[in-house]
Design a protein around this ligand. Structure first.
Ligand code: HEC
Ligand code: HEC
Ligand code: HEC
Ligand code: HEC
Ligand code: HEC
Ligand code: HEC
Ligand code: HEC
Ligand code: HEC
Ligand code: HEC
Ligand code: HEC
Length: 317
């Protein structure tokens, strides 16, 4: 009996001021920092649009995988503890995503689970430095129906087609891929990701390998050699002669032969330029044509990447 009165007394004497104190505290912090009672169910009561709920069909919605957001706090695993917002929608949700909001706090949410693997070098990468957020490329809520580019894994939740993911910000590259000679990117045979790791890389231009040639050898292994007779520029850098995305010359060449070759090789002995009308067909002597026309220098020096023929020192066989 007496203990009950004592408890009552304590509640009246000490509890009241304490309760007032905590009420003040709650008001000032809008109860941010607390998870909504009822979890995701509390959110989907209002946010029941198909485009929002589609997240439940993505890899993030797999409750059976203990690493996913929906095995933990559900919506709030990404949008932050938002009891205040769930109770009163005038109160903003703790974490918003998209281009209108600062990238760093958004990315921190994603990186809390995805720091490893391909994203090892995200911090300090050019996309990170320019404030391109994960959500600029990834379409977290509304996945696969947007994925058109065949080679981007549909479960990677990448936005729209490649055009939304990359071309929106890199229109110059899009126009390069429409040139007369190009890597079959628009056909979906080769994708941006075959050559670039957009999450960060140790090489220039976010390449997947440590340099240009290693990147090219992934698919053009026969150009790696080893060759008995090496052509130095091919060993150095494929981009000495080739463009990576597209070119107005055939075979992705930066320039046509003979001019391409004559950047380094002297004109003497091997006239490649039409000095006079004699260099053109049908007018005068056709003596120079083979140096100028068709494939020009590569009419004869066709093993321009290197040769394994015992007498291929001039790359003519
Ligand atoms: C009572 C209904 C209601 C509940 C419950 C609710 N929301 Fe909202 N939410 C809204 C309304 C209304 C808006 C639009 C308000 C605005 O744009 O400022 C909104 C906006 C949002 C936005 C968009 C913010 C932006 O501007 O991009 C997110 C994200 C969000 N809510 C997440 C949640 C999460 C997570 C929960 C559960 C913890 C939740 N909501 C619970 C009504 C609700
Ligand atoms: C894996 C992290 C993640 C989880 C989990 C998540 N969201 Fe989102 N949410 C995002 C991102 C990122 C965006 C920005 C839009 C986009 O890129 O898809 C977003 C946008 C929103 C928006 C704004 C929609 C718009 O188009 O303006 C609402 C509302 C929203 N989320 C509600 C929810 C609700 C409700 C849940 C739980 C059912 C939830 N989110 C779970 C990451 C998440
Ligand atoms: C609570 C941890 C968690 C958070 C937070 C989270 N993810 Fe995930 N995410 C996962 C798990 C687990 C998977 C399941 C696939 C896997 O094992 O990689 C996944 C899958 C993905 C996939 C598909 C990967 C694949 O291999 O198919 C992408 C893309 C992705 N997340 C991006 C994001 C982005 C962007 C954000 C921030 C908006 C985010 N995630 C936030 C845990 C998380
Ligand atoms: C510039 C666009 C872009 C940005 C920014 C970006 N991603 Fe990606 N991400 C992609 C593309 C494209 C793929 C598909 C790669 C593939 O299919 O190999 C991908 C794949 C993924 C995958 C699945 C592949 C894997 O590694 O398991 C995850 C997870 C992922 N991204 C998370 C993130 C996170 C987290 C961030 C932010 C720190 C982020 N991404 C930023 C474009 C982007
Ligand atoms: C939201 C805009 C945005 C999106 C989307 C985007 N990028 Fe970028 N990207 C940038 C910015 C900004 C830079 C820095 C450009 C600069 O400094 O000129 C950059 C730089 C790059 C670079 C390095 C350029 C260099 O010379 O070092 C590559 C490669 C690249 N992006 C590829 C991609 C690919 C592939 C995608 C699609 C998966 C993509 N980007 C999507 C904005 C974007
Ligand atoms: C066959 C390999 C390959 C493919 C496929 C590829 N790139 Fe590149 N990309 C390169 C190389 C190599 C460089 C660096 C040399 C250069 O400037 O051309 C580069 C440079 C870049 C740059 C910086 C220079 C510039 O031209 O602005 C951007 C941005 C870029 N790539 C975006 C993309 C996008 C977007 C895609 C997909 C549409 C893509 N790349 C597909 C190999 C590739
Ligand atoms: C992901 C695979 C892949 C990578 C990586 C790749 N290529 Fe290609 N490349 C192709 C395909 C596919 C073709 C088209 C072949 C065809 O049409 O027969 C091609 C064609 C070419 C052509 C001939 C184009 C023509 O019009 O005849 C050149 C030159 C070329 N690539 C150079 C490069 C260079 C340089 C790199 C490194 C920057 C590179 N490739 C990286 C797949 C790749
Ligand atoms: C010295 C200039 C030069 C360099 C450097 C060079 N190429 Fe070439 N490449 C050419 C020329 C010229 C052609 C067109 C050959 C012809 O006339 O058929 C060509 C054609 C190609 C082709 C299409 C025809 C074929 O042979 O398969 C591919 C693929 C190719 N190069 C890949 C590469 C790769 C990969 C590298 C880097 C290891 C490289 N090239 C370096 C000049 C060069
Ligand atoms: C970036 C400079 C560069 C370009 C462009 C270039 N080459 Fe070369 N080439 C070299 C170098 C360096 C050597 C090695 C010279 C040496 O060993 O004395 C070489 C060697 C050669 C040789 C063997 C010559 C010898 O003395 O053994 C031939 C033939 C040749 N190149 C043809 C071509 C043709 C054809 C093209 C155009 C498709 C071309 N080169 C483009 C730099 C270049
Ligand atoms: C009609 C065939 C043919 C054409 C076209 C041709 N060459 Fe040659 N080239 C040869 C032969 C054969 C040799 C070897 C000559 C020797 O061993 O004395 C040679 C030798 C060379 C050499 C080695 C150095 C030298 O002078 O002996 C270089 C470099 C070279 N050519 C570059 C070129 C360039 C650049 C072009 C285009 C402007 C070109 N060639 C066009 C047949 C040709």
């Amino acid at each position: 009996m007496t203990t009950r009165y004592l408890v009552l007394f304590l509640v009246i004497a000490l509890g009241l001021p304490a309760a007032v104190g905590s009420e003040e505290l709650e008001e000032s912090s809008d109860s941010a920092g607390e998870y909504a009672p009822g979890g995701s169910g509390a959110c989907t009561e209002c946010h029941d649009q198909p485009a929002t709920l589609a997240i439940l069909r993505t890899p993030h919605g797999v409750k059976g995988d203990s690493h996913t957001p929906f095995a933990a706090q559900g919506c709030e695993a990404c949008h932050g503890p938002s009891a205040g917002h769930a109770a009163d929608d005038e109160v903003p949700v703790a974490q918003k995503f998209g281009d209108d909001f600062p990238a760093e706090p958004q990315d921190a949410v994603c990186l809390s689970c995805h720091r490893g693997g391909e994203r090892m070098l995200w911090n300090g990468s050019i996309h990170e430095a320019r404030g391109v957020a994960c959500a600029s490329c990834h379409n977290i809520h509304n996945p696969r129906m947007d994925v058109l580019q065949k080679d981007i894994r549909p479960d990677a939740l990448v936005r729209k087609d490649a055009s939304a993911a990359c071309y929106g910000c890199h229109p110059d590259v899009r126009s390069q891929t429409h040139r007369i000679s190009s890597h079959p990117i628009k056909e979906g045979v080769v994708t941006c990701n075959d050559c670039h790791n957009v999450h960060g890389s140790t090489s220039d231009h976010l390449l997947v390998k440590r340099n240009v040639n290693e990147t090219c050898y992934q698919c053009h292994a026969e150009k790696r050699g080893p060759f008995l007779w090496e052509h130095q520029p091919a060993r150095d850098d494929c981009l000495t002669c080739h463009a990576s995305h597209g070119s107005t010359q055939r075979a992705l060449l930066k320039q046509r032969a003979p001019w391409l070759c004559q950047e380094c090789h002297s004109l003497e002995g091997h006239p490649g330029a039409a000095y006079t009308a004699a260099g053109l067909p049908g007018i005068g002597s056709a003596a120079n044509n083979r140096f100028l026309l068709l494939r020009s220098c590569t009419n004869c020096h066709f093993e321009v990447h290197g040769s394994n023929h015992p007498s291929g020192v001039r790359f003519t066989r």
